[in-house]
Design a protein around this ligand. Sequence first.
Ligand code: SF4
Ligand code: SF4
Length: 347
Amino acid sequence: MARAPGPYFERPPKITVSYTQSCNLSCKHCYADCTRTPSPRELGREEWLRFIDYLVANDFIQVYFEGGEPLQRADFREVLRYCGRRLMTWVRTNGTLVTAVTAREFRRFGVGTVLVDVMGAHAKTHDWFTGAPGSFKKACTAVKHFLDVGIPTYMLIILNRRNAAEINEYLELAARLGAPKVGILRLYPIGRAKRRWDELSMSLEDQTKVIAGLRVPDGLRIMQSWHPRDHNCCWQGAAVNAYGDSIGCVYLREYVRYGNIREMPFLETWKHPLYQQLRSGRVKESCSGCHSTQGTHGGCRSTAYAFHGRWDAPDPFCTTLNHGVDLRELPERLLQKDAGSTDPAGA
Ligand code: SF4
Ligand code: SF4
């Protein structure tokens, strides 16, 4: 398949693994729409261990575990121990199952970086999202536990109407806890966030004002995905969900299936025509400012597809490419059950 000029991998160097679709919390915005207990259909411990062997054998460099909450599954530690010193290993967690002992274990296993989701600057805000009183305190304590053992630990917040007003207090909190970096992430219309879109979503103008008004404490680094950092990072995207489906990126989880690693080697799924198309970076329109950040065009493919229903559409989260799309209004098709295209031929 012809591809646009730009970065290109014969095979991906890093991959995201959604270890489980279960979680001990019940967040109102949960993209994974988690259940409390893992489904028996999820890949088992042995399957994950074999997959780690496969990644190592095929020259992958990095694995990024997320969920659900990976620590919700008792076998996660074993998988982590198995891969921590063979691959550069990152873990995203809600922090509530983390103790000082867990942090020391992660350190021993060779975990390189941890990301902890904290959804607001105050317990009231965070605990509203999670539905679990005390979860804010536990998440902040987890950040400290990981930092105490010397693991670089970032805090992640998904910007939305409920927490926008306290974003600068959030940055102060991160600085107080000692986190070196905060990721301010956009809200994606997937999972439970989609069903609460009216309550959580913000106009692009309001989002842009929040980003422009950030007061970043000295020494704290910020990662954000609005102009001019609106990446089209599909060129390097690789992700496998808890059931072994190759989905390119966790933000594409409701739209694509490139094959299942129970049925074929992961790198066979890498050849899927739609996967190749998304990685090619071929889009109808791009913003030169955002383009310059990664060498690919058009911003995020997940939100472009969500709002326009086309893979080569412009990302409406970019101020230059928005063209009047009201991000507070979701297309009707997204709200229908089984929206999106799990059949790439029909995409
Ligand atoms: S902590 Fe994360 S995985 Fe768990 S319910 Fe909340 S959003 Fe979902
Ligand atoms: S869907 Fe968006 S976030 Fe995911 S890899 Fe593609 S551009 Fe990056």
